[in-house]
Design a protein. Structure first.
Length: 439
């Protein structure tokens, strides 16, 4: 009896360590990724495409920004393979290093005035490397937490904590830009924007220290002990579970596209069309991120009680409705209402993002779970997250109205609703550790 209690206490301790390591590591990786997103709308068009018209320069900067999203499925395939072959822990250490080095180097790229178009080329290469790193991060961090869970009843809540890294990273990125914007003042375009990128190397060192000290997940350890490691996990999961991969990607459309409209495009729209200060926009996104600190784990917990799919569908409906309230508030021109629109914008997103990790990961068996969950999650970046600011900018340029952006978000929400409706809901059911998932 005492031995069982000791084992249970040890498992609980490892679960806590795994959640902390996954959440902090994911926060650092998303800080790196979102830092680029935030600065794109404020700096890169002016600094690396200065000879273009302002709107064209913004489109060019967002095109480079989108490269990171096209790289994410590649990262998912590469690190999904190694995560299912070699383990979750070692893979997560590599993704953190890759992301951190690429972000640090962005802060050293000379401007167009110094090296011409090669600055934009270097931005593109490093953004691609960022995408590779973050593409392999999500699946491992979620599984490292979720596979230590010893009960089915809290899996949604546990898996939502690596998701917490998204608003935490977004908060840190915007806070860093806001702080150095105030510190550098008129020199922000010259050197102020570079400091948050260079400082990321310190965060990476902290993340590595934490991740190296955790143990491998029990699910992968059991597979290794039984000799059930998949030889070609990526091709296996594509052949055996294509429906789950496609539905997972489509289900993310109404969550990911609006997210990057609300957190990246808003900087170009706010400063260029609404003519409000970047500090107001940064502060609004900071508050939205802070609200997500509570909302994401809350909706993960609610998915354990009421079902993943039910909460997810509610989030898709709310997103479609809020898209029109969002633009209406922005178009008032009132700084107070603009702030309110931005501050509340991530709540509908969080209704989907909280349950999302468990909803996707539960659809795949343990031996293919890293590859399947990563591919399903990251494929959405190709047609949803990456193009979203470009599509929003193009719609604004062609129609001259923000309402076209509301219509775009509504279409994305409808796609998510239909896809989520077709996904299996395995809330509170045992996860498969065999070759096929539970029915």
């Amino acid at each position: 009896m005492s031995g069982e209690l000791d084992l249970s206490a040890q498992n609980a301790k490892q679960l806590r360590r795994a959640i902390v390591a996954a959440t902090i590591g994911t926060t650092i990786e998303w800080y790196d990724f979102f830092l680029y997103s935030t600065v794109t709308g404020l700096v890169f068009g002016k600094l690396y495409f200065p000879e273009s018209e302002p709107l064209v320069g913004t489109l060019q900067a967002f095109a480079v920004y989108a490269v990171g999203f096209f790289a994410r499925p590649i990262g998912a395939a590469i690190f999904g393979h190694f995560g299912d072959r070699l383990g979750r822990k070692s893979t997560l250490v590599v993704t953190l290093i890759l992301m951190g080095v690429a972000t640090f180097l962005v802060g050293l790229i000379p401007s167009y005035a110094e090296i011409g178009i090669y600055g934009a080329v270097l931005l593109t290469v490093l953004r691609f490397i960022q995408g590779i790193g973050v593409g392999g991060e999500w699946g491992g961090s979620v599984l490292l937490s979720m596979e230590w869970a010893k009960t089915n009843a809290h899996r949604g809540f546990i898996a939502s904590w690596p998701q917490f890294g998204v608003p935490a990273g977004l908060f840190l990125a915007n806070f860093a830009v806001l702080g150095f914007s105030a510190l550098s003042g008129p020199d922000f375009l010259t050197w102020g924007w570079r400091i948050p990128f260079l400082a990321s190397i310190v965060l990476v060192g902290i993340g590595l220290y934490i991740r190296v000290g955790i143990e491998e997940s029990p699910a992968f350890s059991k597979l290794a002990a039984r000799g059930q490691i998949a030889r070609t996990p990526v091709s296996d999961v594509i052949k055996k579970h294509p429906k789950e991969i496609i539905l997972a990607a489509l289900a993310r459309t109404g969550e990911q596209s609006p997210f990057y409209v609300f957190t990246a495009f808003i900087f170009a729209y706010g400063t260029g069309t609404l003519n409000v200060s970047r500090d107001l926009l940064l502060t609004g996104v900071l508050v939205a991120s802070a609200i997500s600190f509570v909302a994401i784990p809350l909706f993960g917990h609610l998915s354990d009680r009421f079902g993943r799919r039910r909460i997810y569908l509610l989030g898709a409906i709310t997103t479609g409705i809020y898209a029109f309230a969002y633009i209406a508030l922005l178009n008032t021109g009132s700084t107070t209402l603009i702030f309110v629109a931005i501050a509340l914008s991530l709540i509908p997103h969080d209704m989907m993002y909280g349950p999302q990790a468990a909803l996707i990961a539960e659809a795949f068996p343990a031996r293919l779970r890293y590859s399947g969950a990563s591919l399903g999650y990251q494929l959405a970046s190709v047609f949803a997250g990456g193009p979203a600011p470009i599509i929003a900018t193009a719609l604004l340029a062609s129609t001259g109205s923000g309402w076209s952006i509301s219509g775009y978000i509504l279409v994305c929400a409808v796609i998510s609703f239909i896809a989520a409706l077709l996904m299996p809901d395995l809330t509170n059911q045992p996860m498969s550790e065999d070759a096929t998932p539970n029915a």
